[in-house]
Write a protein that binds this ligand. Sequence first.
Ligand code: PEP
Ligand code: MG
Length: 319
Amino acid sequence: HRRAVLSAASGPGRTSDGAPVSLLLNAGEGDPDEAAAHDSEGIGLLRTEFLFLDRAEPLTIAEQTEFYTRLFRAFTGRTVTVRTLDAGSDKPLAFVETGPEDNPALGVRGFRTARVHPTLLSDQLTAIAAAAREPDHQAKVRVMAPMVSTPAEAEEFASLARTAGLGTTAEIGVMVEVPAAALLADRLLNHVDFVSIGTNDLAQYTMAADRTLGALPDLLDPWQPALLSLIDNVGDAGKRADRSVGVCGEAAADPLLALVLVGLGVTSLSTAPPALPAVRFALAHHSKAECRGLAELALAADSPERSREVVRRAAHPEV
Ligand code: PEP
Ligand code: MG
């Protein structure tokens, strides 16, 4: 117990029996050095849209390279997961014209924008590759695409990333944000090194509930057993393929739910910086087997309220 309490205060994420769970940051705007000052194992989600907001034109390759290089230097020795541009729907960008859409959340967004603006993605990958090649940092670079729906899209993204030169300098992954991707996670993992689950969008698409609408919070609750069941499928696929499975949506910030996610097979959690200490603390008080037990309770519940309730009762009281 003493060891657990000591390791709960800082440093890498560990369950009480020593299983590693990487604790990473969600980052966007802001200074790379400031982000690097937080006690984390790196960045699990860099929302690159922020670089392009309020701009009439995209950044040049040189401008992007300069930013990524600064970031990789600030995080030398740690992980940096760069998500390629997630434009469209709730993240419109002035220069990404996708045509009129009645249902933009179901439209041309995320990786799908490469169908109409292929150079936007290839330029971004070129810039990330140039920064990854810089010799004066030892950041562990990862690159991932948002809103990938099929194994074929995962294959296509991996191929584009390799063409840009990222095959030897970075791990290549995709986000799981669409139920179709969660259902075929094992086949996605035939093409990429890792997956990261975006629970904000995965909840939206699983429950058919618009994430920008305030009216349906119960359906968007990340404790929804249907959502957890899809995450369980992704966790199983990750275990079988021996690949890392992250969660970078809001769900990772709830310490109790973080235990459930680890029990479902999630190996890294990425959250806004203020949530990390409580997640680290919760993990340090529960073994991997206890997390699995909590996950089974959560999966068996019929509602998010019930799921949260049974897990709260079964978890150690300090969480
Ligand atoms: C998500 O969908 O959970 C996610 C992490 O991406 P974003 O919130 O930027 O869509
Ligand atoms: Mg998303």
